[in-house]
Write a protein that binds this ligand. Sequence first.
Ligand SMILES: *Cc1c(COP(=O)(O)O)cnc(C)c1O
Length: 423
Amino acid sequence: MLKNSALSLFKDFEIPDHLLSLSQTVEDEMRETEMTMNDLASRNFLKGLKAFSDVGISESHLQASRGYGYFDAGREALERLFARIFGAEEALVRPQLISGTHAIRCALFGLLRPGDEVLVVPEIPYDTLQPLFGLRKASGSLSEWGVQVRGVSAQDCLSGKIQMGEKTRVLFVQRSKGYAWRESISISVLTKLVQWAKSVNPGIYVAVDNCYGEFVEDQEPCDIGADLAAGSLIKNPGGGLAPTGGYVAGTSEAVEKAAAALTAPGLGKEVGPTLGLMRDFLTGIYLAPLFVGEALKTANYASGLFKALGYAVLPEPDAPRTDIIQAIQLGSREKVLAFARGLQRAGPLDSHAIPQPFPMAGYADPVVMAGGTFVQGGSLELSCDAPLREPFRVYVQGGLSFLHGKLGLLLAAREVMKNAFSI
Ligand SMILES: *Cc1c(COP(=O)(O)O)cnc(C)c1O
């Protein structure tokens, strides 16, 4: 039986009754997982709040710095805060880091030298990292700088199949699946990878692409021995509020190398103005764990709803998660576009826009994106993207509020179903 509240709640959005009733069943079955996710969000929120207090964040830290940004007490406090939250010695948190790819670029160019080798897990990394490694041709790639790049699987590392040479300097691990149909790398698997790498080669740096993984578990990569973790502030740790930026957290040595690659050798972390963004960064990291909790509930609901509609989903409903990404295999270009159109309808901005596929720098295929987000491409906000290629999967992420996530997915489902009947 459909509860009246569900009917009346969404009455302005013309969602068919049968979909609302399916939604109710899906939600009722997920109560336990929802509670687990709320508990996780509470723990990570309180951990963050404790860090604010331990570091002594104060109102004066909200001040903007300009010019070179020398002696910026606010920026230094923000970086101590990130270091504390991410279980690291030091952090680099900057608006001058434009994206996750840029933060990872600085980290890897900081750690690697010509002639060194980097092991890359998984073998085929995220689209925008492929040109960085030189796996797709691009000017300025690591391979152009004489770094040997070897893609390996986590399984092969852990089963002892992978040998390291004298020049193997970095094990790079991408935690989230990206646009791939595989399980993301959990903190528990990452722990084994760190132990393996350090036992074979104690001098190796383990660098982690932490994009979409922040606050999804109780521990972060540096808590379990990774030397460095990097990510984007327009994903999880910006809490939907940071308008730009990236971070690198890790050992002092690793972070200082990344800082030298970002600014200049000799300058490192000493320069870099915050330009009035301190309030956004601080409110963002303060709220991020709660919003990640909402995003996790949204992802799990997406999994349940689309599985019930007959589509393959990854992760499965109620499965453990280590990132906020939900992959849904829709099977046709038309359904992917219909899904994006539906999700866009729920956006606070541009809800009447029809998402179109477009070629994007760093990506091999045209990508369709939807969201109507306040920050362009901000993906802790409810959004989806899909590279338009076989077998036509869509990747959903974010949702600062589960209620908004649910509405977006119901509208997406409605459009996909219309599409299924009209062709
Ligand atoms: C988003 C993402 C990146 C970096 O992407 P940007 O768009 O540059 O922030 C890297 N790896 C993974 C797995 C990602 O999801």
